[in-house]
Design a protein around this ligand. Structure first.
Ligand code: NAP
Length: 289
């Protein structure tokens, strides 16, 4: 019998990749829900709709990702808390009621102010956020864990892939830098923030593998290997794309922004098979661009 999997935020960058991975496996019946089908910040509506569908697996790829907007605007922060902090708790509660597994995603930014650990932060390192967005994501992590039941919280960083399909779907960093590379002779890129890129299709496949693994519930780090700065990533991008544009390394102070970004937020995956280095994933991304 097919397992029912509900993907919430199905039109987002990660959501679309998750739909692709699950839909091509006939063992799953996939429901793709985004804003039109559900508002996950409306607890009773969300719970009623999910209860009616009664999925075996709920994957929450919806999120509030406007890092700077919620740092400087209190109304935006309320939205961030609603979507990142409170909605995952409604979802894990309903998952528990119907006996479903919840898969939820979080971020390397939860380690924004944590003391640097040479090899990176393992899954049980203690988070210490340094911006409101990260606080809202950590609230969601803690809320899910406190309700408990069957859940996987997967932390990732610097997601890239096909842009979200909604009207406000953001392009990934690599796509924006490819466009810049076509029109400029020189680009300045931040070289003092170190973390891992995560290719959405690789993360989607690794999420499915985790769901099928029956590994212990809890927190996982699923990122492509080979941590780099944004500058390193752009040098690699232009090398692979055959662009000869000059790339200038600069500090993050060159581009002041309302929310602080972590200087070092390398996630270490100690619990699951490692994903391939980001350079290989980037090659695949470029071959499909
Ligand atoms: N992007 C990154 O670099 C990054 C880094 C670290 C962690 N993450 C995490 O990875 C996960 C996936 O991120 P992503 O970049 O794929 O997100 P995304 O592209 O912004 O997609 C989120 C989707 O959720 C939808 N959505 C928003 N509010 C909703 C609501 N109230 N009810 C139902 N759906 C709603 C969005 O619709 P609209 O587009 O219409 O708002 C969008 O289609 C998130 O948990 C995120 O925090 C992302």
């Amino acid at each position: 019998m097919q397992k029912k999997v509900l993907i919430v935020g199905a039109k987002g960058m990660l959501g679309q990749a998750l739909v692709q991975v699950f839909a091509k496996d006939i063992r799953y019946a996939v429901s793709e829900w985004d804003r039109e089908e559900i508002d996950v910040t409306d607890a009773s509506d969300a719970e009623d709709k999910i209860w009616t569908l009664s999925p075996d697996i709920i994957i929450n790829a919806s999120a509030y990702n406007a890092v700077d907007a919620c740092e400087e605007n209190d109304e935006e922060y309320v939205k961030a808390v609603g979507l990142n902090g409170e909605a995952p708790v409604f979802l894990v509660r309903v998952a528990k009621r119907i006996g479903a597994l919840l898969v939820h995603y979080s971020t390397d930014y939860v380690f924004g102010d944590a003391p640097v650990i040479d090899d990176g932060f393992s899954e049980d390192a203690t988070p210490l956020p340094n911006c409101r967005y990260a606080q809202s994501k950590l609230l969601g992590e803690k809320g899910v864990a406190s309700v408990g039941g069957k859940y996987y919280i997967i932390r990732l960083s610097k997601l890239f892939g096909k842009p979200g399909a909604s009207a406000i779907g953001k392009k990934s960093f690599f796509e924006a830098m490819l466009e810049a590379g076509k029109t400029k002779d020189e680009v300045n890129v931040v070289d003092d923030e170190m973390s891992c890129f995560t290719y959405a299709p690789d993360l989607a496949q690794a999420s499915k593998d985790l769901v099928e693994s029956e590994d212990a519930y809890g927190i996982y780090h699923l990122i492509n290997e080979s941590p780099v700065t944004w500058y390193d990533g752009v040098v690699e991008l232009y090398k692979q794309a055959g662009f000869s544009i000059k790339v200038v390394p600069v500090t993050s102070e060159t581009f002041p922004r309302p929310a602080k970004r972590p200087k070092f937020s390398v996630l270490r995956n100690t619990r699951r098979p490692l994903l391939r280095p980001y350079q290989e994933a980037l090659g695949e991304f470029l071959s499909q661009a």
